[in-house]
Design a protein around this ligand. Structure first.
Ligand SMILES: [Zn+2]
Length: 382
């Protein structure tokens, strides 16, 4: 690939005339991703309990990795020595790495924010580190993901307007530094293999969100993410911020809502016009014995499933539902057997990926509204 080529290109293939919902294709060096898409979270280079072959079988085209976690362990140099994260984890599909902005603020001790960057202590061993936009771009280039994210400050919730404004302005200055650092790394590498997405912050303040969208758009990123949502604010406010933001982003670029969410959040966000999602909910909940069904959540540890010979979800084509019954899977959880976590994760990831495929199909077939009403009519949250 020659310098200047776009490593990731987004194309809209169908739009719902009655809403913002759209179906697209995200062309990456590691495959074409159909959108809207859900990206399973593989923070430390693994989607917990699933192998990369499992992920391929499930039909996942893209997974997430996290720069903060992989930098601390095993260390960026080790991964770079393998030729990058794809080779290290033996994953043929596409990868998106989050910059670690969220983790620096949520996991590490003694965080100190400066204009230059953030000083923090590792949550693993207390060692001291400094993340600047330039260093994070170097880390993400060494990891080699197809899509990399700018280094931002994830504005906490709740947060005063004045702090949200200062924080967003700093995130914008860091975004500009990430952009220029990424471009100079691309020049140094002599080829453009990775694409950089900008992250919109601004707390729950519509004016800040709008200004952040406009200023990031002026910097010309290849895609845009909404960050700092799903961090404790009411669900309606999360959807409102998404509604306020998307009209101020270029329609020909992918839009990614970070860290959201539950099945009905995905449906309502797609309706607004979001193309990409990631969230730990399907995998984390699976390990707690919480499974997703078209009617809502099912807690497999519940005593009423002790002798239930039915599948987790009637009609589900996943490996767990085809071969095992509720009684056995509940037993695995009661006995803390690893196979229980694996089967539950398999089912939940299948449920999420299947939900996205169905949504995409309904958009292409011109019946998204009908599909949405049907889904939301059956699904009982949260
Ligand atoms: Zn299933």
């Amino acid at each position: 690939m020659l310098a200047g080529d776009e490593p990731v290109r987004f194309e809209v293939v169908a739009e719902d005339p009655a809403s913002g919902a759209r179906a697209g294709l995200l062309h990456t060096p590691h495959g074409i991703i159909e959108t809207p898409v859900f990206m399973p979270v593989g923070t430390r280079g693994t989607v917990k309990t699933l192998s990369q072959q499992d992920l391929s079988e499930l039909g996942a085209g893209i997974v997430l990795g996290n720069a903060y976690h992989l930098y601390l362990r095993p260390g960026t140099e080790i991964i770079a020595g393998h030729g990058g994260l794809h080779e290290f984890m033996s994953w043929p599909g596409a990868i998106l790495t989050d910059s670690g902005g969220y983790q620096v603020f949520s996991l590490s001790g003694l965080t100190k924010i400066e204009e230059e960057g953030v000083r923090f202590q590792s949550h693993l061993d207390g060692s001291r580190h400094m993340f600047s936009p330039e260093l994070v771009m170097e880390i993400e280039h060494q990891l080699g993901a197809d899509i990399i994210m700018t280094f931002d400050e994830c504005t906490p919730y709740p947060c005063e307007l004045e702090y949200a404004r200062q924080s967003m302005d700093r995130t914008l200055r860091w975004a500009a530094r990430c952009h220029s650092s990424h471009e100079s790394l691309v020049r140094g590498e002599g080829q453009r293999k990775q694409t950089l997405f900008g992250i919109v912050q601004g707390g729950v303040f519509p004016d800040l969100r709008r200004r952040c969208c406009e200023e990031l758009t002026a910097m010309e990123f290849d895609g845009y993410a909404l960050g700092g949502l799903g961090v404790g604010e009411p669900r309606e406010q999360m959807l409102d911020m998404t509604r306020h933001s998307l009209p101020h982003l270029p329609p020909d670029r992918a839009r990614y809502l970070m860290g959201v969410g539950l099945p009905h959040d995905l449906v309502e966000s797609v309706e607004i016009g979001v193309d990409m999602f990631d969230c730990v909910i399907p995998t984390r909940n699976a390990r707690n014995g919480t499974l997703f069904t078209p009617e809502g959540r099912l807690r497999i540890k519940n005593a009423r499933f002790a002798d239930d010979k039915g599948p987790l979800v009637e009609g589900c084509t996943c490996r767990a539902c085809r071969f095992y019954h509720r009684s056995y899977i509940r037993h695995l959880f009661q006995a803390n057997e690893f196979l229980g976590y694996h089967l539950a994760t398999w089912h939940n990831v299948h449920f999420y990926l299947d939900l996205m495929r169905r949504m995409r199909r309904s958009i292409i077939d011109g019946r998204f509204g009908e599909w949405r009403d049907d889904f939301l009519g059956r699904y009982r949250g949260p």
